[in-house]
Design a protein around this ligand. Structure first.
Ligand code: URA
Length: 188
């Protein structure tokens, strides 16, 4: 079993795919390492690459608002991405890049052991829930795996591009809040 120190060291030195050539920072994750709920995006953008923290740009500001709407914040949850280095020009991470990086996310999961994982957008949902995931069709549905419940909602960048999806995202957030509250009551 890997410790946080070992995992961070491995991520910072990783040369497992081409994204290491162009990165400024490895964006490992942020938040509560004992969180009951984890949010997973696709990969760092420009601001995240510059600052070394996930979701700090425009999409991140919206994510913070989404968290606040259900009584959560960055200190309560844990936030990470499928890939830890920025894909150039914010393109989607390619499959081989995701494959090279996904074990780091698995280790994060094993260290945190959250009860709920929220996938933000299709890339995360396809990597973590089911390869042919359709956000339009499958957002807001629960998928139970071993000790963890998975759900996907729209990526905040998609909500910035198309405000009409915000209503659907809000319905998803309410389900997430309900499950989170149930999880916490069961644990008390
Ligand atoms: N989009 C993501 O998927 N992750 C980030 O960290 C920032 C933007």
């Amino acid at each position: 079993m890997t410790t946080w120190e070992e995992l961070e060291e491995m991520c910072l030195n990783c040369r497992g795919c081409r994204l290491c050539e162009t990165r400024h920072n490895v964006v490992i994750g942020v938040g509560n390492k004992n969180a009951d709920i984890m949010f997973v995006g696709e990969g760092p953008g420009y601001h995240e690459d510059m600052q070394g923290e996930p979701f700090v740009g425009a999409a991140g500001q919206l994510l913070d608002k989404m968290l606040a709407a259900i009584g959560l914040d960055r200190q309560i949850v844990y936030i990470a991405n499928v890939v830890k280095c920025r894909p150039p020009n914010n393109r989607n991470p390619e499959q081989d890049e995701q494959d090279a990086c996904i074990n780091y996310l698995r280790w994060q999961y094993l260290l945190i052991r959250p009860k709920i994982i929220v996938c933000l957008g299709k890339i995360a949902a396809s990597a973590l829930i089911e390869p042919n995931f359709s956000i339009t069709r499958d957002h807001g549905k629960w998928y139970s795996k071993k000790d963890c419940d998975f759900i996907a909602t729209f990526h905040p960048s998609a909500l910035l591009r198309d405000e009409s999806k915000k209503r659907l995202a809000w319905e998803d957030l309410k389900k997430i809040k309900q499950k989170y509250d149930e999880t916490r009551t069961t644990n008390e």
